[in-house]
Design a protein around this ligand. Sequence first.
Ligand SMILES: [Mg+2]
Length: 312
Amino acid sequence: MTGFGEFDLIRELLAPLSGEGAFGLTDDAAVLPKLKHGEAWTVTKDAMVEGVHFLPDSDASTLARKLLRVNLSDLASMGARPVGYFLSLSLSDRQGRAWLTAFCDGLALDQTEFAVALYGGDTTSTPGPLSLSLTAMGAVTRGAELRRNGARAGDTVCVSGPLGGAALGLRALTGALDPTGLPNAVRCYELPEPQIALGQALVGVATACADISDGLVADLGHIARQSGLGARISCKAIPVLPELADAMARDPSLAELPLNGGDDYELVFTLPPTVTPPPGATPIGTIVEGEGVEVLKDGRPLSLSEGGWRHF
Ligand SMILES: [Mg+2]
């Protein structure tokens, strides 16, 4: 924070982002807004470290928006209405005034987009890599929050949108693939779309829900395990970006990206078999007795082995 102290940062850049009850970040703590009758708080926290979760020298504004969005995605998976967030920044000497201004401009953009405000946090300097942490708060109808443990045998497994795009985008950004012709994939990686409206629409409808951060098989696996059941999905049914479909046609090893690429921030959820999937959602399989996630390709199960997904 060269030439720009913590109090300058709070007064000039962070205070304008603060919500009612945060007192312009002048006090020791915030007083949270009142919830509506029957609502409860749901709270989540995600950290991002330079070189681990994002590439060094990433654009500050985009980084701020991704940090907020990955947390809002967790609120979406609970069926929550987002309310606000707390922010913790561990800044290296490479984050000066211009970087911080861009970072806060990014937060302001997405605060408007998702109707949230800043309620507090902490900033410190670090001799290590840039480290960002955000705690997001949302409101759920008490007892009606979407959980991972409610899936039943025979339920339909759905996803909210195309998968594997972010993993393809990351390969383009790191130079592993030619980024030409992959603008949507790069955007998926840099600026995911938390499925807030869908999450809220699924309250009282879906039997289980999770957001896809670690990859479809891993996150659907959490739903299956928490529900004491298994899942069977069809490779062919999983929606992918046209860019990824083209890339997969050229390089079959990319076929694993929709299954375990991660960073998608779409929702995976289960519906009773009588319920029609909401607009935009795609049915990809079924909850079954047993355990684990079975992926079928051309009717035959695939298994994850070192180096990707293979036929048995
Ligand atoms: Mg999650």
